[in-house]
Design a binder for this molecule. Structure first.
Ligand code: AMP
Ligand code: ZN
Length: 492
């Protein structure tokens, strides 16, 4: 099954296959570690995770590189304000970033590359660009890329770059002007700023050069896929192409994937609008990491995701259904045999699921057949028509669903525990939802013990005690369900 993925460069759906027939070589721009990651950042990292998990599900190995931008304008500004060396300043946010990825079940890329650890490769690339006539040095000692040396500039974003003025320069790491400018490859050291003493002078790299240098270092001059959020298409990715191809004269990345931006309540997320959320903000409000993951991936990557608290509530309900159903299958007892209608339903769900993913990673369409199957199977179970072989077939479909969605197994306790620990250290306990504090007061073991006590009380016909336990648990958000297969409990 081949994945057809939209390619920004070709402007159409193209097959995504490893050129070397072995592993898909991909580079995805990582975070600038100057603050905690927000849900927009994680939307992009999660969609890349969906991509790599789906490739692996279809038997394709991946060699995935992610950079960590640990030196740039914002980092230098914030570290200076905090009175810290940049390394100390960024270490805290890098650690938080990886914890957040873990909370969201985002797989760790095979290679993590910190910009500050690859300065010599960047210097080498600037030297090669200078030798090719594509880079020049200004009086202050900075180096710029000469856009006029790369006539194909603009081929990715397909922007009309008519306003391009030869020699107009920009030295900001980020800019969004429609007109293209010569951009900084290397910035001469300024007093008090972190800098490196190198063959091209004392200074620090621009943001764009790091991705070109590190992508080629780990993946070669040409590789399969480059990904990032849509804001990076211009100028960052356009600049990466210009820097790389001016030296290699080979296509840098063959396939480009861009994830559309997330909005909150229909508006751009921003601190001043009061609609800005980090992952930690949501965990402290009592939302489960799995629900956040599901809400952020359920809208296909090429569609705008409008994040709302209703969408989080929907995701929470969907996860409840998945987990309750999975538990019913794994704990119930089923007679031997197979029901042909259910076998066919499981097969169809699996085929539809894979087909939706193969069609440009359509996560919304991939979800639907799984929930249809749950409905059909629940009805069959109620009527005693679901047999052991059907259970196995359906569990196999759920396993394949979870290889990508990764929400059925309940791993939510740890992210919440970690967020609370962080809130305590960071003096943010006032932001913690009261229900969450109550809920956290009860460990799984404590609940198991109470449920067992209630079962015993019922056996001894002490219904008053049994009811008391049920009510106490309900107050703490724990629901007990009695069924013919035994007693189950879950956190609301
Ligand atoms: P940064 O740390 O700002 O370099 O961003 C890390 C990643 O998050 C990049 O791939 C960005 O394109 C992406 N990103 C930033 N804001 C959003 C957003 N609102 N929606 C989706 N992706 C975003
Ligand atoms: Zn990049």
């Amino acid at each position: 099954m081949t994945l057809r993925l939209f390619n920004t460069l070709s402007g159409q759906l193209d097959d995504l296959v490893p050129a070397d027939g072995k592993a898909l070589r991909m580079y995805a721009c990582g975070p600038t570690v100057y603050d905690y990651g927000h849900i927009g950042n994680f939307r992009t990292f999660l969609q890349v995770d969906v991509l790599r998990r789906f490739l692996k599900l279809t038997g394709i190995a991946v060699r995935h590189v992610m950079n960590i931008t640990d030196v740039d304008d914002k980092i230098i500004r914030n570290a200076t304000a905090a009175g810290l060396p940049i390394g100390e300043y960024t270490a805290r946010f890098e650690k938080a970033f990886f914890e957040d990825l873990e909370s969201l079940q985002v797989e760790r890329p095979e290679i993590i590359a910190r910009a500050t650890e690859h300065i010599p490769r960047m210097v080498e690339l600037v030297q090669k660009l200078a030798a090719a006539g594509a880079a020049y040095q200004t009086e202050d000692g900075s180096w710029y890329f000469r856009l006029a040396a790369f006539p194909e500039y603009g081929k990715l974003s397909k922007k009309d770059l008519g306003g391009m003025e030869d020699g107009a320069r920009v030295d900001l790491d980020e800019y969004e002007k429609d007109s293209a400018r010569d951009f900084a490859l290397w910035k001469a050291a300024k007093p008090g700023e972190t800098s490196w003493d190198t063959a091209i002078g004392r200074g620090r790299p621009g943001w764009h050069i790091e991705c070109s240098a590190m992508a080629m270092e780990f993946l070669g001059e040409s590789f399969d896929l480059h990904a990032g959020g849509e804001d990076l298409m211009f100028p960052h990715h356009e600049n990466e192409i210009a820097q790389s191809e001016s030296v290699t004269h080979k296509p840098f990345a063959r396939h480009w994937m861009h994830v559309r931006f997330l909005l909150v309540d229909g508006r751009k997320m921003s601190k001043s609008e009061g609609n800005f959320y980090t992952l930690r903000d949501l965990l402290l409000k009592g939302y489960k990491a799995s629900a956040i993951r599901l809400a952020l991936i359920s809208v296909p990557y090429r569609h705008q995701l409008n994040f709302t608290f209703d969408s989080l509530a929907d995701a929470t309900n969907a996860i409840d259904r998945l987990r309750t159903f999975h538990q019913r299958l794994t704990t119930g007892s089923f007679a031997d045999g197979a029901n042909p209608a259910l076998q066919a339903a499981a097969e169809k769900a699996q085929a539809d699921y894979l087909a939706a993913f193969s069609n440009d990673l359509n996560t919304a369409e991939a979800r639907a057949p799984i929930f249809d199957l749950i409905r059909t199977a629940n009805t069959a179970m109620d009527q005693g028509q679901l047999l052991a072989a059907d259970r196995d077939a359906i569990l196999a479909v759920l396993a394949s669903f979870d290889a990508v969605f990764c929400v059925i197994e309940d791993r939510d306790a740890e992210p919440t525990r970690r967020a609370l620990e962080w809130a305590e250290q960071a003096g943010r306990m006032a932001e913690v939802a009261p229900e969450l504090l109550t809920r956290q007061g009860l460990t799984d073991e404590a609940i198991d013990a109470l449920v067992a006590e209630r079962t015993l009380a019922k056996k001894q016909r002490n219904f008053a005690r049994a009811d008391q336990i049920r009510n106490e648990l309900a107050e703490k958000g724990i629901v007990i369900e009695d069924s013919k297969d035994g007693v189950r409990w879950k956190r609301k």
